[in-house]
Write a protein that binds this ligand. Sequence first.
Ligand code: GAR
Length: 201
Amino acid sequence: MRLAVLASGYGSNLQAIIDAIEREEIAGQVQVVISDVEDAYALERAKKHGIENLYINPREYKDREAFDRVIVALLLERQIELVVLAGFMRLLSPFFVRKFRGKIINIHPSLLPAFPGLNGVQKALSYGVRVSGVTVHFVDEGLDTGPIILQDSVPVLDDDTEHTLHERIHRVEHRLYPRAIQLFIEQKLRLEGRRCIHIEG
Ligand code: GAR
């Protein structure tokens, strides 16, 4: 399957996906990595693996949809079948979601619907939850509101800082995201309203 990864930052989830592909745990290829941040380390990771990597500067476009139209055109040109958001820190426009409905997934560092949006790890820590976690979900027009594909919990420890908690969360993300991508590729996900049912076998 032809995958595209959109990332704004460090790209450790991108790396986990590339590694899982190399271990043949994901039956797909990352065709392109796109970032809205020029010096995102994710672009560097793509380069190292010989994957096409593109920086698109959001400031060159008048609004979110104009920016998204450029990305959508790039994805269509490359016949992308699944769009993977991996630390992509922008809300997609309804235009983008419509064009790839049911074919965009995101990873979020909390147990949604708790702590959506930016700084999910910090919000969970400040709130004082004893358990947080990771959510992989389909993307709809809302902010982290789409049907949930996989979740796993992560304990919050008394001496956690945002950094230590995020590290623990990252380890779970790197296991969960490749699994979710492979479930999608194997067509083992079926939507019943908001619920995403996993088809056995
Ligand atoms: C991940 O923890 C991901 O869940 C989070 O950004 C981090 C990116 O890490 N995403 C969000 O907060 C989206 N709202 P990475 O660049 O090392 O993959």
